[in-house]
Write a protein that binds this ligand. Structure first.
Ligand code: C2E
Ligand code: MG
Ligand code: MG
Length: 571
């Protein structure tokens, strides 16, 4: 059905119609024709100079402008441009004399809504032209709004944001007051999880709430945009000191982090924010946005807010290279496993070893896990790396086994690997290497095992079902509850070295450590103390009845051949 034009007329009591026409007679004629044929209420404001009309338009809102194309102070399209400059949204109908129809057509191309030839205008035609002009302008504005805004949140989209950014650059360059332009790039943490677990409708609801919260803590003149997905951008102008930006980012983070109701559930979401200042001179929208994006990625690993700078750029480049190198390392066999002894506290026998991965990097030498495990976890390479470690460690265990060595091998498992499929992989490796499952111990860090994540529980139970042992690594450093400890089928607690190293000289540490050992005993699992660096610490552990210990004073991580040597020497 075609909408009836008159329904869509402005609801205002009276429409303000501006007539710019230097001939008083023609002006009066227009007024008379409208009076007769216009269905609604209106006021006419007639001006004979463009300057007077633009003066009025700068202060008032017009419903429509009827514009003569030849005026004493504006000729041709100049008049159109000047009206559009002060009142960009107003519909314009140009009135042209016989000789400038070509010009009128140009004006339509330049954005006016209609033109009428003065000599053939009559009342109905004029009234209809005004109505259509109003409607057409409204539709145009609607369309351009759609093209420039995000449909879900109504916020500006990337296109409009970039446009405003360019305008801000221009303003800053003109102002020359040292005020700078900056972009904040915001991404919600683990938003995908919300979408995947609660559905897209809930995700959308959350995004709308988040957008309101961001806008709520910004000035109305700041631009807050949604770039799609869970990405938002904020444009800040007139920044004196970068500190101010950190304060803005903190305000946004706090607003987003407050609990929210989504589908009648209480939800929490956090945001990571990257900040980039426009470079000077000659800033580029694309560069500033890319820098803010880079800083945001960095913010994901560094507690939420990060400011872009040159050093960061260098670090990112370095990281990209490392990631590339790590791919190659897996392919070209640059990874190694070192083994660190686990010693029985009474008796001093080597009861097992922990496999610790190293990377023999062609340029950087032997890299420690801290230098590449986090990267592998973020990039997903940890699955491949973990598989390699599991396979390599089990092959080594199989060798020791066939040499008649009664030692266990412990393998570290990353949170990301801890999914039900891991059990199948481990089963495959046990099969292919022929290791005796109870000789293999999997170390899970405390934080992973926490909570009642059903998938994690299922994985651990499946692993346990294979007959392997399960250890909680770095125990005490996470946030565990005793309930979860009770529920997990555990064999070992590896007490974090922060409770162990230097225990001999620290009575408070001694108390905590003895409580942790007692807890392991109560749970019926083996207590292993990590980070034993001094003989004195070991003596304490013995006195407290700790089962096993690991640490530099008992043996550093070494290549497997050196473990053989130790075993041969009767360790
Ligand atoms: P972790 O599992 O807690 O391993 C023990 C770490 O403590 C090792 O560091 C070891 O060298 C160090 N250590 C041992 N004794 C002492 C001591 O007396 N004093 C001190 N200060 N440190 C000691 P490393 O080899 O650098 O490994 C660090 C972490 O990297 C490991 O902590 C583990 O979480 C992770 N990691 C190592 N290899 C792998 C692997 O193959 N896969 C995964 N996912 N993570 C691994
Ligand atoms: Mg470990
Ligand atoms: Mg540990």
């Amino acid at each position: 059905m075609k909408p009836e034009v008159s329904h869509a007329l402005p609801h205002d009591a009276a429409l303000q119609i501006v007539v710019v026409e230097d001939s008083p007679d023609y002006g009066a004629l227009v007024q008379a024709m409208l009076l007769e044929h216009w269905p609604g209420a209106f006021n006419i404001h007639a001006f004979d100079r463009i300057e007077l009309a633009t003066g009025w338009l700068a202060e008032n809102t017009a419903g429509c402008v009827l514009l003569d194309l030849s005026l004493p102070d504006a000729d041709g399209l100049d008049g159109v441009n000047r009206i559009q400059h002060v009142a960009g949204d107003v519909p314009i109908v140009v009135l042209s004399g016989n000789d400038d129809e070509q010009l009128a057509l140009e004006a339509v191309k330049g954005g006016v809504q209609d033109y009428l030839l003065k000599r053939s205008v009559d009342g109905p035609l004029l009234a209809r032209a005004v109505r259509y002009a109003i409607e057409r302008r409204r539709a145009e504005l609607e369309l351009s709004h759609l093209a420039l805004h995000d449909a879900l949140t109504g916020l500006p989209n990337r296109v409009l944001f970039e446009d405003r950014l360019e305008l801000a650059f221009a303003r800053a360059a003109r102002a020359q007051d040292g005020g700078r332009v900056a972009v904040l790039f915001l991404d919600l943490d683990r938003f995908k999880l919300v979408n995947d677990s609660l559905g897209h409708a809930a995700g959308d609801e959350m995004l709308v709430e988040v957008s309101n919260r961001i806008a709520g803590v910004m000035r109305p003149t700041d631009t807050v945009a949604r770039f799609g997905g869970d990405e938002f951008a904020v444009l800040c102008e007139q920044i004196g000191h970068p500190r101010e930006l950190i304060a803005v980012a903190e305000r946004i983070r706090a607003a987003v982090a407050a609990p929210m109701q989504v589908r009648r559930r209480e939800m929490f979401v956090t945001a990571s924010i990257g900040i980039a200042l426009a470079e000077q001179p000659n800033p580029h929208a694309e560069t500033v946005l890319r820098n803010a994006d880079t800083a945001m990625y960095r913010a994901k690993d560094h507690g939420g807010i990060e400011m872009f700078d040159r050093r960061l750029q260098a670090a990112i480049a370095e990281r990209l290279k490392l990631e590339h190198d790590l791919h190659r390392a897996l392919r070209d066999g640059q990874l190694r496993l070192h083994y660190q002894p686990l010693i029985s506290v009474d008796g001093g026998r080597m009861r097992g070893v922990e496999a610790l991965v190293r990377w023999q990097h062609p340029e950087h030498g032997l890299l420690q896990p801290i230098e590449f495990i986090p990267l592998a976890e973020e990039t997903g390479l940890i699955d491949q790396l973990g598989d390699w470690v599991m396979n390599e460690a089990c092959q080594q265990l199989a060798r020791w086994q066939s040499d008649g060595r009664a030692i266990e091998v412990s393998v570290n498992v990353s949170p990301r690997q801890l999914r039900p499929a891991l059990a199948d992989r481990v089963a495959g490796v046990i099969d292919s290497t022929g290791v005796h499952p109870p000789r293999l111990c999997l170390e899970i860090t405390e934080s992973q095992a926490v909570g009642d994540d059903a998938e994690t529980m299922l994985t651990i139970e499946r692993l346990k079902g294979l007959g392997v042992k399960i250890a909680i690594d770095d125990f005490g450093s996470g946030y565990s509850t005793l309930t979860y400890l009770n529920r997990l089928p555990l064999d070992q607690l590896k007490i974090d070295r922060s409770f162990v190293t230097g225990v001999d000289l620290d009575p408070h540490k001694l108390q905590v450590l003895s409580a942790l050992i007692a807890l392991a005993e109560a749970l019926g699992v083996t207590a292993v103390a990590e980070g034993v660096e001094e003989e004195g610490d070991l003596t304490r552990l013995r006195a407290m009845g700790c089962d096993a210990a690991q640490g530099f004073c008992l043996g550093r991580p070494v290549p497997p051949g050196e473990i053989d040597a130790l075993l041969n020497n009767g360790a």
